[in-house]
Design a protein around this ligand. Structure first.
Ligand code: GLN
Length: 445
């Protein structure tokens, strides 16, 4: 837990150097079997020594001495930021993303860059060009994706926290499969400056950690309006009275063991907190995946036109994997003039409808709960269809479409064969209600 760790560091019981060294040793020992880290920050120990000096002088920041791991699509000056793709294989970032500047300013220390699905396209961690990432909670199963390495690194105790990006579930989905907490803030709550886009109208950076409070601490540092990201903003939030929370319950299709665990969790929280529940109708959520993918394909196609082999790395079409190529070809096709108005613009209309639907639902309740992922993660040797792969995100894409915050919290284990697979509950709140959501989420842990 971050609070305790910071206290130890402050009281001189643990130095930044010792904290960072022990993480690096753990990574060295266990990463060959997990493969959640692609690159180590070779300067981490030197940086930790400097932080120790600042601590002694009483000049250190709020996260002094903590170690974190960064998804490889977030620019960190001088480190390889390759999006787990051959296209950008040796690309060293020439600047820091805003989130990185903010964390470094508070004296957190970067341990390394995380494995991920190539260009964040995926839900399983299998599409990395540098080998699959394993799930520390069940080694022969996928860790989820696309922030596979960020979630697996937290689960493997390689860091105090990590950063991921979430376009349709990529923070919450792997957090769920690996049994850690993952938080996707409201769209615009955290600057995207320095994030390599998957789909710019849906992408959001957020933290993964072992507790809600840890995610909250990181979120409070990285959030806020940034001049360099024109859609970023500060949200004015009215603090909710935590005694009077209404939990919205929609009808959801999912694996019945998962639904059972979710119901049990909800009943437990209702009883303990004296909160109320209320059924909510979300008629169009079945359109989530059909709405998400046309937007994703078109925006990804557009965003990748800069990877033409002239300025950065190799030409993307010549060097990427199957899923990335599918999106580029598909995105290029559906944004042709003859298809104008058919796919992308229709998807944008559906997006507005789903957004409205959530706005109305939040008039009746404070949060909406559902599983994070409707099924348990497959084994590496199981081949699944593209449709099944896309359907992993049925319940996570909704938050990105509606631009609302969402958090995934572990809520139990399902036994399958010899595996004990983590299952998580997802909580959603209205746009800008991020801090309230985090407060409520603590009661579900
Ligand atoms: N799995 C989804 C996709 O492949 C979501 C990815 C993400 O959130 N980055 O598009």
């Amino acid at each position: 837990m971050i609070i305790e760790k910071l206290k130890q560091i402050k009281e001189g019981k643990l130095s930044a150097e010792a904290n960072i060294k022990s993480f690096l040793e753990k990574i060295k020992k266990d990463n060959p079997k997990i493969n959640s880290v692609l690159h180590i920050n070779e300067n981490a120990i030197e940086q930790a020594k400097l932080v120790d000096k600042k601590i002694k002088q009483g000049k250190a920041g709020k996260l002094a001495g903590l170690g974190f791991i960064v998804k490889s699509n977030i620019n960190v000056l001088g480190l390889i930021c390759n999006c787990a793709s051959k296209t950008l294989e040796n690309y060293k970032a020439s600047y820091n993303a805003t989130v990185i500047d903010k964390l470094l300013k508070e004296d957190a220390i970067i341990l390394g860059m995380a494995n991920m699905d190539e260009f964040a396209c995926g839900s399983s961690g299998e599409s990395s060009a540098f080998g699959v990432c394993k799930n520390p909670a069940a080694l022969d199963r996928i860790p989820g994706g696309s922030s596979s390495g960020s979630a697996a690194s937290v689960a493997a105790a390689f860091c105090d926290f990590s950063l991921g990006s979430d376009t349709g579930g990529s923070i919450r989905n792997p957090a769920s499969h690996c049994g850690v907490v993952g938080f996707k803030p409201s769209y615009g709550a955290v600057s995207r400056y320095g994030l390599i886009d998957l789909s710019m109208s849906l992408d959001q950076i957020g933290p993964l950690a072992i507790s809600v409070e840890d995610c909250e601490i990181v979120f409070n540092i990285i959030k806020g309006k940034d001049e360099r990201d024109s859609v970023s903003r500060d949200f004015d939030e009215n603090k909710k009275d935590l005694k009077k929370i209404i939990i919205g319950i929609p009808k959801i299709g999912a694996n019945k063991d998962i639904l059972e665990l979710i119901n049990k969790k909800v009943e437990e929280v209702l009883k303990k907190q004296g909160w109320k529940k209320q059924n909510v109708e979300l008629k169009y959520i079945d359109l989530g995946i059909q709405t998400y993918y046309p937007i994703n394909y078109v925006e990804f196609f557009s965003g990748t036109r800069k990877f033409d082999g002239r300025k950065y790395g190799k030409k993307i079409e010549d060097s990427c994997g199957e899923e990335v190529l599918r999106r580029i070809l598909g995105g290029g096709e559906i944004c042709k003039a003859e298809h104008a108005g058919k796919y992308y613009r229709r998807a944008l209309k559906a997006k507005e409808i789903i957004k409205k639907e959530f706005e109305n639902a939040f008039k009746k309740c404070d949060i909406i709960v559902m599983p994070t992922v409707p099924r348990i993660p497959h084994r590496f040797n199981e081949k699944i269809s593209l449709e099944d792969m896309y359907n992993y995100d049925t319940l996570t894409v909704l938050a990105n479409i509606a631009e609302i915050p969402g958090i995934s919290i572990p809520c139990g284990i399902i036994k399958e064969g010899k595996d004990e697979v983590p299952v998580s509950i997802q909580l959603l709140a209205k746009v800008g209600d991020d801090s309230n959501l985090l407060e409520i989420a603590k009661k579900f842990e």
